[in-house]
Ligand binder design. Structure first.
Ligand code: ADP
Length: 431
């Protein structure tokens, strides 16, 4: 402190000493005049530095900090240090903020910050997609202005947010969102949104599947039940009638058996614990077996032929391929009237192995073709049932194809016939 006062008063101190000498040599007037001059110069110098400081404070940039000597230099140096530190802290905070923004942008959930009046203060890009919010345009916009659905407005007005709200945003009618509000920081709210469209779809499929299986089982069960009751009520039923009832019961039981077998096959094919066991499949034997089985099923009602354009084997699972080929051949027989022709073909197309079954049957109208591999999808329900179909055959074929990276192609014309082809990747050919 003492040092500061000494340095601050140095110009006046030295001026005083010189003035005392001038007094001795000349006169008191000269000395006073000199002292006045020193004071004036000191004042002007300090006023100038103050002016420079004032100008700089208006736009305090590190590059434009003024230069000076002595005490003023120390003041400006201290300011320089302060501004530099401030700039560094600001930069660190900006980087920190950027990290947080990057982290929230990478979140698999949408995040919106709402203030106490439900106005949007911030949102991450995913929330922008979910709620069609553009933060530049919609900053401080009321969220209910963008999301007007009554259920959402009601949810927002509630004070209990323990359960999430499931809803479809107005501008994405194919999307299902799960929305949850979390109050924080006194009067703010964090709105978290999750796209559960896929989950909902799987849940709907599961519900449909259970309903379909129950429906498929109910009819044969009702029939069997009816006959059992009949037989119980009429113990003296004629031998012929009894025989007929038993035969019909056996038919229905077989239908249920087929359904359960197909369901088990499907679930085995879908299981993650059942990877494809590959082997070199002897195609000549497999094709021969499929053709013979087809002939047995047709029982001489169709002209069945096997054509092998090029003999080569395939890398895959024999049992699964047998099941896929069998399903295609059985369909061709069941949907081709008596006297029709069925051709099984094994060959290649642009190096890719192809197995196809062509029939001259009833054919399929184009609008049904994309849906044929859906479980329980049938063009003609009664024809499928009459011929012992479960509605799962092509779903099984599609799964087997997928496990072999093959494609199932369907070409068909109503009234003329169909061709179902399995096109395998070239790499599966074992020549
Ligand atoms: P299904 O057990 O009913 O035959 P699939 O899954 O095997 O079940 O086939 C689904 C539907 O596709 C059938 O119900 C039938 O309407 C149609 N379909 C399949 N193959 C043929 C074919 N070769 N000719 C005409 N329609 C066919």
């Amino acid at each position: 402190m003492l040092d500061f006062w000494f340095r601050a008063s140095q110009p006046i101190l030295y001026g005083g000493i010189v003035a005392a000498v001038l007094w001795g040599v000349f006169s008191a007037t000269v000395a006073l005049l000199f002292l006045l001059l020193v004071l004036l110069a000191t004042m002007v110098y300090r006023a100038r530095q103050l002016y420079k400081l004032g100008v700089w404070l208006n736009d305090p940039r590190i590059e434009t900090i003024p230069e000076a000597d002595g005490l003023w230099d120390e003041v400006f140096a201290a300011l320089y240090k302060m501004v530099k530190q401030h700039k560094q802290t600001k930069q660190e905070l900006a980087e920190e903020l950027q990290h947080i923004e990057q982290a929230t942008a990478a979140l698999p959930e949408g995040v919106v910050i709402l203030n106490d009046a439900n106005r949007i203060e911030w949102c991450n890009p995913l929330a922008g997609q979910h709620f069609s919010v553009d933060i530049e345009r919609d900053y401080m916009q009321d969220i209910t202005y963008l999301m007007r659905q009554p259920e959402f407005v009601e949810y927002l007005a509630e004070s209990n947010f323990s359960e999430p709200l499931m809803m479809t945003p107005a501008r994405h009618d194919d999307m299902v969102l799960s929305i949850k509000l979390i109050p924080y920081g006194g009067d703010k709210r964090l709105m978290i949104s999750r796209d559960i469209t896929q989950l909902e779809r799987i849940e709907a499929m599961r519900r449909d599947f259970v309903a379909n299986v129950s429906h498929e089982l109910r009819t044969p069960l009702t029939v069997v039940n009816g006959y059992v009751e009949n037989l119980q009520d009429m113990p003296d039923l004629a031998r012929e009638d009894r025989q007929r009832a038993l035969q019909l019961m056996a038919e229905q039981t077989r239908r249920m058996e087929n359904l359960v077998a197909d369901l088990l096959t499907l679930s085995r094919l879908e299981s993650d614990q059942n990877p494809l066991r590959e082997e070199a499949v002897d195609m000549a034997a497999l094709l021969d077996e499929s053709c013979r089985e087809g002939m047995l099923l047709s029982n001489g009602r169709h002209a069945l032929r096997l054509e092998v354009a090029r003999a080569f084997n395939l890398a895959g699972n024999r049992e699964e391929l047998h099941s896929a080929f069998g399903n295609l051949v059985s369909n061709a027989i069941r949907y081709t009237p008596e006297g029709g022709e069925i051709l099984l073909r094994w060959g290649e197309r642009s190096g890719q192995p192809v197995f196809s079954v062509q029939d001259s049957g009833i054919g399929i109208a184009p609008q049904h073709i994309p849906r044929l591999t859906e479980r329980f999808y049938r063009v003609d329900r009664s024809r499928s049932r009459e011929t012992g179909g479960t509605g799962l055959g092509l779903a099984i074929v599609k799964h087997i194809a997928m496990r072999h990276q093959a494609k199932l192609e369907v070409l068909s014309e109503e009234g003329k016939g169909s061709t179902f082809a399995l096109v395998f990747p070239a790499g599966r050919a074992a020549r």
